[in-house]
Design a protein around this ligand. Structure first.
Ligand SMILES: [Zn+2]
Length: 424
C-alpha cells in the first residue's frame, strides 16, 4: 500500500488542504537538504512560511545547472533529465527510484485506465526529456505492453508509426496532439482510413501543446476514438489530467498549486497567471513555489466529475498572440476558425502589420470561406492560399521509411561506401 493519496481518498476541498498539510513537513525537510535552498537562507517550517518564500524561477534552475538543487546522495539518483529550452542553458531535473513512484502514479491517472491488456505506443521523446520515460513507467506499472516509438528519431518515421499502430493493434498512444494529425495523413497515404482501420485504438493521450476544442474534436473524429489530455513539465512530471467530464484538473493532492499574476507578482489559489508548483513527493530535487511560466486559468468551481481538485485551462506561453491591423490574433482563436473547415489538417499563418497571411492544404472554396471567417471575426484583411495535398507536409515525409544502420568503415568491392560512418 502506498502512503500517497489517490483521487477518491477524499471528496471535499477541505480534505485536500488536510492532505497537503499532512505532507508538507516532509517536503520542507527535503528542501532543507538542498544546497540551493540552504544558500537562500533556509527553508520555512510551515505553510505560512512557505507562502512568504520567494518564487523559484526557471533562471534559478538554469543557474543551478547541473546539480545545485540535489538534496540526496548522488548514488541514489535513478534518472537525469533536461528540458527542451530555447535559451541554450539547460534546465536539469533528476529523480530517485522513490520519486519515480509518485511520477508514474500521477501519469497513470487516466480516466480511461491503463491496463495489462493495453498495448501502449509511447511517441514522445526519450532523449533527455522526461515525457517518454514517464509514460513508459506508468504503463509498465499498470502492466501494459509498451511500444517505445520515441519522437524526433529517424528510426521511427510516420509510415512506421502507422504500421505499428495497425499490426500490433495498439490500444493507447501518447504524443503531442499535432503528431496524431501526421499519423492520420500517413495512414491515408498508406491507403488506410484512420477512423475505420484501427479499431483497437481505445484512446489517444495527448499533451505538450495547448489543445483547443476544435482540434480535439477533429482528432477524435479522425481516429474515431477518445482524446485524453495531459499537462506536465520535465521539472515536475504530470501536473494535471483530464476527468471523465472532459476538464483538466490539477493533481493538488500531490503538489500545492498557486497562480502568480505576472504583472503584480501576487499569488492566489485560483485565477489567471503563471502556474506555480510545490511538489509534495520528491526527495532528489525538491522545489518550493516553482514558477513554471506557463500561462493558465485555475478554477475551484465544482466540476461534474466530482473530483475535489481545481480545474485548469492551459493557455501556453505563446497564448498572447500577435497584432494585426490593431487587432490581437491568438493562435488558439485562429485555430478554431481554421479547423471549423471540414477536412483541414495542416495550415500555417503569418501575422503582418496590415494583414493576416494563411496557407492551408485545402480546396479553393475552403480558403475563401476562411478569408471570410477571418474578416468577420477580426475585421482584418486576410490573404488565404489553398495548397494541394503535400503543399505543407510533403508526401515523402508521410511515406518514407528509411533504413537506419550502424555506422561502419570497411566495405566490400560492390558496396556503396558513401554510407560509411553514417546512420543512413
Ligand atoms: Zn472534472
Amino acid at each position: 500500500m502506498s502512503d500517497r493519496p489517490e483521487i477518491g481518498d477524499w471528496t471535499d476541498p477541505d480534505g485536500l488542504t488536510a492532505v497537503q498539510d499532512a505532507r508538507l513537513p516532509e517536503t520542507l525537510a527535503a528542501a532543507a537538504r538542498s544546497p540551493f535552498y540552504r544558500a537562500r537562507g533556509g527553508v520555512p517550517v510551515d505553510r505560512a512560511g512557505l507562502a512568504a518564500l520567494p518564487f523559484t524561477t526557471k533562471a534559478d534552475l538554469r543557474d543551478a545547472y547541473p546539480f545545485g538543487l540535489l538534496a540526496v546522495d548522488r548514488r541514489r539518483l535513478a534518472t537525469y533529465h533536461e528540458s527542451s529550452g530555447t535559451t541554450g542553458t539547460p534546465t536539469s531535473s533528476y529523480y530517485t527510484e522513490h520519486d519515480w513512484l509518485d511520477l508514474a502514479e500521477r501519469y497513470a491517472r487516466k480516466w480511461v485506465g491503463i491496463r495489462d491488456t493495453d498495448t501502449f505506443l509511447v511517441r514522445t521523446p526519450y532523449a533527455l526529456m522526461i515525457t517518454g520515460h514517464l509514460a513508459q513507467a506508468a504503463a509498465r506499472m499498470r502492466g501494459a505492453t509498451v511500444v517505445p516509438a520515441d519522437n524526433r528519431s529517424t528510426a521511427m518515421p510516420y509510415a512506421r508509426v502507422v504500421r505499428v499502430l495497425r499490426d500490433l493493434r495498439v490500444t493507447l498512444t501518447w504524443s503531442m496532439p499535432t503528431d496524431t494529425l501526421f499519423w492520420a495523413a500517413a495512414a491515408h497515404a498508406a491507403g488506410l482510413e484512420p477512423a475505420r482501420d484501427f479499431p483497437a485504438l481505445r484512446a489517444l493521450f495527448v499533451g505538450g501543446e495547448p489543445l483547443g476544442p476544435a482540434r480535439r474534436a477533429r482528432i477524435a473524429r479522425l481516429w474515431n476514438t477518445t482524446v485524453v489530455e495531459e499537462y506536465g513539465a520535465t521539472e515536475c512530471g504530470s501536473l494535471a489530467g483530464e476527468c471523465p467530464a472532459g476538464r483538466l484538473h490539477l493533481w493538488a493532492d500531490r503538489a500545492i498549486f498557486e497562480v502568480r499574476d505576472p504583472v503584480t507578482g501576487h499569488a492566489a489559489p485560483a485565477g489567471r497567471g503563471h502556474l506555480v508548483v510545490t511538489p509534495l513527493y520528491r526527495e532528489a530535487m525538491p522545489l518550493l513555489r516553482y514558477d513554471t511560466e506557463d500561462l493558465v486559468e485555475v478554477s475551484d468551481e465544482p466540476c461534474a466529475c466530482g473530483w475535489a481538485l481545481p480545474a485548469v485551462r492551459v493557455l501556453g506561453r505563446g497564448a498572447a498572440g500577435h497584432r494585426v491591423a490593431g487587432v490581437t490574433v491568438t493562435p488558439g482563436d485562429l485555430e478554431e476558425l481554421v479547423l471549423a473547415l471540414p477536412g483541414v489538417l495542416f495550415w500555417r499563418a503569418r501575422a503582418l502589420p496590415d494583414r493576416l497571411v494563411v496557407e492551408l492544404e485545402a480546396d479553393r472554396s475552403a480558403a475563401d470561406a476562411l478569408a471570410g471567417a477571418i474578416r468577420s471575426r477580426y475585421g482584418v484583411p486576410a490573404d488565404v492560399t489553398a495548397l494541394p495535398p503535400g503543399g505543407l507536409v510533403p508526401h515523402h515525409v508521410l511515406t518514407a521509411a528509411p533504413d537506419v544502420v550502424k555506422p561502419r568503415a570497411l566495405f566490400g568491392p560492390d558496396e556503396d561506401w558513401a554510407r560509411a560512418l553514417s546512420y543512413y
